[in-house]
Design a binder for this molecule. Structure first.
Ligand SMILES: NC(=O)NC(NC(N)=O)C(=O)[O-]
Length: 356
């Protein structure tokens, strides 16, 4: 599952009431937390996480994350790695949904995702979530204070259909693209190919072991949104001694469509290839010849009309009531109320289809 909160998907911690000892931004770092004992800065021991002061008044501390990819949350992970004498004994997690770029004070209608629950020190806590709505922001509350290394918000991205009108990267992780199978991911996993920002090092692309047998390595990718891919961008930057000699791109659903016949790659190079075929595809297989590593793969194309309709229905039916009301704010209250109350819809209502 995708970590919707991850900084790698452009999640951000927009606010916290306190992060005196350790920065709130650490909460969503994709890398596993680390620790060096007896390492002090001007505030105290350095921790790789979010850590508040010792509270001297009643209350709780909180941090709010804007999800990199809004979606339906399946599991929340609260990891107190290395926080032992200073972990929070209890936490709770809430969520809300809003369009645009609200400040923390503009966010309202918080609903509980994880009810207040005990925490242990230096431990990974995994909380299943059953709420089926699509959220854009998550709030972690800790009682009364303390430190949390990482917050993971695993779930399914639910893109806003208004963002699917033009050509998009059909395989982007933020739209629900994911690796469904791969021959190898020894040094780094193939899902990294689909992240939005360029890799910072060779370590955050996809890299296989050196292949010592005939054949080649490959990854099969499910598109987040079905469509006709027109252009592939293949980022082999930062892969100098281990870029693949070439690649091939084939659709696997529907099977048998060659998008890019065997094509040579250059090391440490950003490639852009025009693709063959004009059928809509749901899955593709990227063969790397014979092995090696790549930073990113983009597959630009326009979603099919059916895919946009399906995305619109999924989005609309998953909006929390207050957000559904807000997206229809230009309609009279009785229209909004009727449309909200008759969900889930199996056909996109005209008022929803007309949203731009
Ligand atoms: N040794 C500590 O970790 N002390 C304090 N925390 C930091 N970061 O120094 C504290 O009060 O929790």
């Amino acid at each position: 599952m995708t970590d919707l909160a991850s900084a790698a998907l452009r999640g951000t911690v927009i606010a916290a009431n306190d992060d005196f000892f350790a920065a709130k931004e650490n909460l969503i770092e994709p890398a596993a937390p680390t620790h060096a004992a007896h390492t002090f800065d001007g505030h105290g021991q350095v921790y790789d996480g979010w850590e508040t002061r010792r509270r001297r008044t009643p209350g709780e501390d909180w941090a709010v994350v804007r999800l990199g990819a809004p979606g339906v949350v399946r599991t929340v992970v609260v990891d107190t790695a290395y926080f032992v004498g200073n972990y929070p004994p209890r936490c709770a997690v809430d969520a809300t949904a809003a369009d645009g770029y609200p400040t923390v004070d503009e966010l309202t209608d918080w609903v509980p995702l994880v009810a207040e629950t005990p925490l242990g020190g230096d431990a990974v806590h995994e909380f299943p979530v059953t709420d089926p709505h699509r959220y854009t922001h998550v709030r972690l509350r800790i009682r009364p204070d303390g430190g949390v290394a990482r917050l993971r918000v695993h779930g399914d991205p639910v893109p806003d259909p208004r963002d699917l009108a033009g050509p998009v990267d059909l395989v982007a992780a933020a739209l629900g693209g994911r690796a469904v199978a791969a021959s190898d991911g020894f040094f780094a996993p193939p899902d990294n190919l689909l992240l939005p920002d360029p890799g910072r090092t060779m370590g955050d692309g996809w890299e296989t072991a050196r292949r010592r047998t005939p054949g080649n390595e490959w990854v099969e990718l499910a598109l987040g949104v079905p469509g006709v891919p027109r252009v592939a961008e293949v980022d082999a930057r930062r892969f100098l001694g281990n870029a693949p000699g070439g690649i091939r791109l084939t659709a696997t659903d529907p099977a048998g469509v060659t998008l890019l016949a065997e094509t040579r790659l250059q090391p440490d190079t950003y490639h852009r290839f025009r693709l063959a075929g004009d059928r809509a595809v749901r899955r593709v297989r990227l063969d790397i010849l014979p092995d090696g590593g790549l930073g990113r793969l983009r597959l630009y194309g326009t979603p099919t009309a059916d895919a946009r309709t399906a995305a619109t229905l999924r989005w609309w039916n998953a909006l929390p009531a207050a957000h559904a009301d807000a997206v229809l704010a230009h309609h009279p209250a009785d229209v909004r109320q009727r449309l909200r109350a008759t969900r889930p819809h199996s056909v996109v209502p005209p008022e929803v289809a007309a949203l731009r």
